[in-house]
Design a protein around this ligand. Structure first.
Ligand code: C2E
Ligand code: MG
Ligand code: MG
Length: 639
């Protein structure tokens, strides 16, 4: 009555897949664990399917207890398998945080109920019954299809709601294997005697294996250790629950060693080291994080000192095989996970920094990663994230700080200062993000946004009611390296229909390297009609002779210089100011925090004053609110 032509080969193919899967190291993450359960459930279902179908052909020929056992076993494994396929979909899409515990518990209800029915069936005959004339479906038999349909529906619902963490191809694979399960269920319904469902489940398993579960996705160095992706996924999955310790092992001077020995020999060497670490430290999970960096993850009480001593001892010998003989040196770091350190990004960036530190130290004693370093990396992360977001979404804000005319005490200009915000909306000061933007090259876009928003302000604000004649915009020396800087600024200015005289560009003294390109750039910016300001004078090393040939119109004394003078007045600063005046520079004093400082700087010839005494940098709206006066009759914009 039952046809075994599909189910027997399916079982054999499944065995091959299981043998391959289990022969390689597997990372202990949820989806891998669920997959092991799936292949167990599939093998059990197939075996019981074959056995129960076989005895059901002629139940009277076998002891009743055996017939019941095979049938109960088959149905139980079948229901569990349906649930596990759904659970795998769930583990891929990681909606753990989105699913409320109540809903999660509810999703186990169908499998629970069906298992209960199955266990009671030998007494009640609910799902099937074995009568004198053989096997019969019971009154609740069709619940088998209902249970599977519920899980398929839940799977498709989950895919629709939580597909975001998946790449396009992965999404396609999840849909495909669930469709195959659906097809299997339909075939089972239409051709119950062909035992086809197991073959469809096997196809679904093959898709899962090929797209998600091939253990090699997580392996490095000829399958010996886990790779960086495995480390990241492990940490990510266990975020908030991590506890343990990491011992980092780094090959000292790895890039140089690679140059010396060549990449093939080095790869062989890394493979040997990986094998040594795995066999010597069986209680730790070993990862290879590229560029000669190994990570050993273990329990909190792991003795890193002893381990590093042992490894160092091994490194005193060469790493020798038929293909290579290497003499390498190792260095170490330790890091405690959990508490402050539980986010994957924090851990990885702290680790990379610590690996560099360990490499420089090159000692057999592990470098300990301190809480301070963790905070530092976290801050850097927050800043980098906020910067990317602000630049991408045009959210760099421009604050304005007034510049007062020293003689009249009136507002005459303002300095545009960039601001970005963290996820909580708190302001991140430029001291933290400008250097990051310079290093990543994003400073050009940031500078452009500040310049553009300043132009928009100049265009829309009633400047005469404010009394503003120009706005100072800061330029980073990195921006000066772009040969099209002047054209780019002019273009934005032209879009807004503004005169270049409305913008003064500040460049810090620190960046005044003796560079003819910089000179040329300054000239071309000046030729476009912008005025140039030397910012933070007193922090760099520029000498007056060099400044003479630079096309500045204004020198801003750095606040350290101003504070120094106001605390201990002497002749140096007044003499310097005289010299600047002689060279036709006007002078701005930064960091004026009280009236007395304002008086002192005014007396020695400062033309403009800037500082908290007048105002901290304000958002454009606050600036308008504070300084806009009702416009004089007939007054208009200054442009
Ligand atoms: P800076 O150009 O020298 O700007 C003056 C800095 O001094 C501002 O800090 C301002 O808030 C602060 N300041 C002004 N008056 C006082 C005072 O009386 N007391 C004290 N203690 N501080 C005062 P901020 O806004 O944090 O900016 C820091 C630096 O970041 C700026 O120094 C500038 O070099 C840079 N920066 C700001 N915005 C931009 C930008 O859009 N592009 C570039 N490249 N750099 C920028
Ligand atoms: Mg400035
Ligand atoms: Mg300054």
């Amino acid at each position: 009555m039952w046809n075994f032509s599909f189910v027997l080969p399916s079982l054999l193919i499944l065995f091959i897949l299981i043998a391959f899967y289990l022969s390689l190291p597997r990372l202990s993450v949820r989806k891998n664990r669920v997959f092991v359960w799936i292949i167990l459930a599939e093998s059990t279902t197939i075996v019981f399917d074959i056995l129960s179908s076989y005895v059901d052909n002629d139940p009277a020929a076998y002891p009743m207890i055996m017939v019941q056992f095979f049938n109960v076993g088959y149905f139980a494994a079948f229901y569990i398998r349906s649930f596990l396929f759904y659970y795998f979909t769930l583990s891929l899409l990681s909606p753990e945080h989105a699913l409320r515990p109540g809903i999660k518990a509810l999703s186990k209800l169908p499998v629970g109920l069906m298992l209960l029915c199955t266990l009671l069936t030998p007494m009640t005959g609910w799902i099937y019954s074995i009568g004198p004339e053989g096997y019969h479906s019971g009154p609740l038999y069709n619940l088998t299809y209902l249970q599977m349909s519920v899980y398929l529906l839940l799977s498709f619902g989950t895919i629709v709601l939580f597909h975001r963490p998946l790449k396009k191809r992965e999404r396609f694979a999840v849909i495909l294997f669930n469709l195959l399960l659906l097809a299997g269920m339909i075939f089972r319904y239409v051709f119950p005697h062909f035992l086809l469902m197991d073959t469809f489940c096997l196809m679904a398993i093959l898709i899962i294996y090929l797209e998600f579960e091939n253990p090699e996705f997580y392996l490095e160095l000829r399958g010996e250790v886990f790779n960086g992706k495995a480390f990241r996924d492990y940490i990510e999955e266990n975020t908030g629950r991590l506890s343990g310790r990491v011992l980092g092992v780094v090959i000292h001077n790895y890039p140089d060693m690679r140059d010396i020995y060549g990449s093939h020999q080095m790869d062989v060497g890394m493979h040997m080291i990986a094998r040594y670490l795995v066999s010597s430290f069986p209680h730790q999970t070993v990862f290879y994080y590229r560029k000669g960096r190994f990570i050993l993850l273990g329990e909190k009480n792991m003795d890193c000192g002893e381990m590093s001593r042992r490894i160092t001892e091994r490194f005193q010998k060469t790493w020798k095989s038929d293909e290579a003989e290497l003499y390498l040196k190792s260095a170490y770091l330790t890091m405690e996970l959990g508490g402050e350190l539980s986010e994957a990004d924090d851990i990885l960036s702290t680790l990379i920094l610590a690996f560099k530190k360990a490499d420089i130290t090159a000692s057999s004693v592990p470098v300990a990663v301190t809480a301070d370093e963790v905070l530092q990396t976290r801050l850097q992360h927050t800043v980098r994230r906020a910067l990317e977001k602000a630049i991408e979404q045009d959210q760099v804000e421009v604050f304005l700080q007034p510049l007062m005319e020293a003689d009249s005490g009136k507002l005459i200009a303002a300095e545009a200062l960039a601001r970005i915000r963290d996820e909580k909306g708190e302001i991140i000061p430029p001291g933290l993000f400008i250097s990051v933007a310079e290093r990543s090259g994003r400073i050009h876009e940031l500078g452009e946004q500040v310049f553009e928003k300043t132009c928009r302000f100049l265009k829309t604000a009633d400047l005469s009611s404010l009394g503003i004649r120009w706005i100072n915009v800061n330029l980073s020396p990195v921006q000066f390296m772009r040969s099209d800087l002047a054209d780019c600024l002019e273009k934005i200015l032209r879009i807004h229909g503004l005169e270049p005289a409305l913008i003064h560009l500040e460049i810090t003294e620190e960046s005044m390297i003796d560079d003819s390109f910089l000179q040329k750039q300054m000239q071309s910016v000046r030729e476009k009609g912008f005025q140039l300001v030397l910012d933070d004078y007193g922090t760099g090393y520029s000498n007056l002779t060099r400044l003479k040939i630079c096309p500045f119109t204004n020198v801003k004394l750095d606040m350290s210089l101003v504070w120094d003078y106001c605390a201990n007045p002497d002749d140096i600063l007044p003499t310097m100011i005289k010299a600047f005046k002689h060279m036709n520079f006007t002078i701005t004093s930064e960091g004026i925090e009280n009236e007395q400082m304002a008086d002192m700087m005014r007396r020695i010839g400062s033309d403009y004053l800037q500082g908290y005494h007048y105002s901290k940098p304000l958002s454009m709206e606050d600036f308008m609110e504070k300084y806009a006066k009702p416009a004089a009759p007939g007054g208009g914009s200054l442009q």
